[in-house]
Ligand binder design. Sequence first.
Ligand code: C5P
Length: 238
Amino acid sequence: MSTACVLVAAGSGTRLAAGSPKAFVVLDGRPLLVHAVERVLRAGVCDQLVLVVPDGRQQESTALVSGLPGAGGVVLRAVAGGVDRRSSVAAGLAALGDDVDVVLVHDAARCLTPPEQVLEVERAVRAGAPAVVPGVAVTDTVRAVAARAGGAAGPVDRASLRLVQTPQGFRRDVLEQAHGAAAEHGLPQALAATDDASLVELLGTPVTVVPGREEAFKVTRPLDLALASAVLAQEGAL
Ligand code: C5P
């Protein structure tokens, strides 16, 4: 039995417009990828770590993180990502060792995710939940502007909503089955499967939501980098 983390870091970062793939954008002197890996390692639950990076940057990526505290006992691999997040996760899954039975899928873009969140998600899967996601409450007022199949335009009750973060934790067989089915049959048109739990749910597997954390926000737009920098400064002052 062992736990692996598939860290997807192969996105282009178009919305960040920082001139390099998002995971390699530098925040306080270190690429986002390094910040993300450092926190995953601090959780101390991963025996394997698969970095999914833009093709050609595999060697550079392992070199960037192999000296981090806690990396010594972890099997580290880097593979090339795909055209979208889903194919990048699939590439990471294909690189897992045989003994892995729990997989955490984490976005490098959520580079300041506290180690405790990684730990709690892993624990919840080990405790028996087949699929676990961290979620945070919505504070804005929410309105649907286009009717979807079965839905209507208009206000949405935010109390029933959660913003879903990563890492998302899965029993390996459940996650592999979900990715296999999505690759074979495609996805329903109404489903924007921007995460792995959505794929798993399509096969009827229940998804457990555990409390997420604000610090696990995704760096997507330039303002997010300013926020990340402020969070790091606050950490440093503690
Ligand atoms: O695009 P978005 O911000 O939703 O991406 C979430 C995560 O998925 C990021 O860490 C990004 O690097 C990763 N990703 C990837 N391969 C892609 C697209 C996104 O690994 N083709």
